[in-house]
Design a protein around this ligand. Sequence first.
Ligand code: YXS
Length: 257
Amino acid sequence: MVQIDITDHVGTLTLDRDERRNALCEEMVHRIASALDSFRSVGVRCVVLRARPGARVWSSGHDINELPVAGLDPLAWRDPLRKLIRDIESFPAPVIAMIEGSVWGGACEAVFACDLILAARDATFAATPAKLNVPYNIGGLLTFLNAATLRIGKEMLFTADAIPAERLCSLGIINHVLDTLELEQATYAMARRIAANAPLSIAVMKEQLRILAGAHSMSPEEFERIQGLRRVVYNSKDYGEGVRAFKEKRKPVFRGE
Ligand code: YXS
């Protein structure tokens, strides 16, 4: 499910579950975490997170078959996608997302949680909770808010459109868009430049930026109100319909109940 390589202080983590379009199942997230632990143990100074060369789908997001149906929070703290985001954000060196193909759902958030994004010109990004009636969680929405402007974040989340990488790059959400043939060389050149700099300084700046990006106040009452609103959504008939429609390979019919 995951291939790893370490060369000159640069660790490469390749998603390798194409038969499920690199859906981020619990087992895959566990293997990513193990790979990051091994990178940390040998002092890797920059990570490249990628799919196999030529991938049409970088990742199709959360494994829908693992989304709970019976009225449980689909994005609770222990959910694999939530763990993956925390693992990326807390890794003590920059993680560069190198994107070929299409990125869907929670994989968009995982890419946005990376420190840098370099994408092929024809890559696309589709945030899909509105396609499945998933009530995204507050921490996840903060990842989108930190990566994009509020307006672009709303467009992505409300339309679920597949947004071209070039548009996101023009908006400063993606660092660089390159021709596919140049992408890998440019990504590793940047990774090596980062790896040649001072790792302690970079690690502590990354951690400070993580804390600053998450520094938002919310009253306990507001948090509880939001959680109650989210519970209405994942307890709704529409929630089961979203997941069922995917499994039955048909368009969902949402009734707002
Ligand atoms: O039919 P089989 O058994 O061969 O399986 C198919 C797909 O069902 C499976 N697969 C997935 N299984 C679980 N979770 C997924 N996310 C997922 N995506 C795909 O992989 C096999 C091959 O897929 P297929 O035939 O559709 O491939 P394709 O090349 O024709 O189309 C690729 C995609 C990515 C356009 C298509 O697979 C697709 O639309 N996948 C779902 C994308 C999506 O809606 N992702 C959101 C997941 S939910 C999530 O991330 C968050 C909770 S949220 O939604 O809140 O953001």
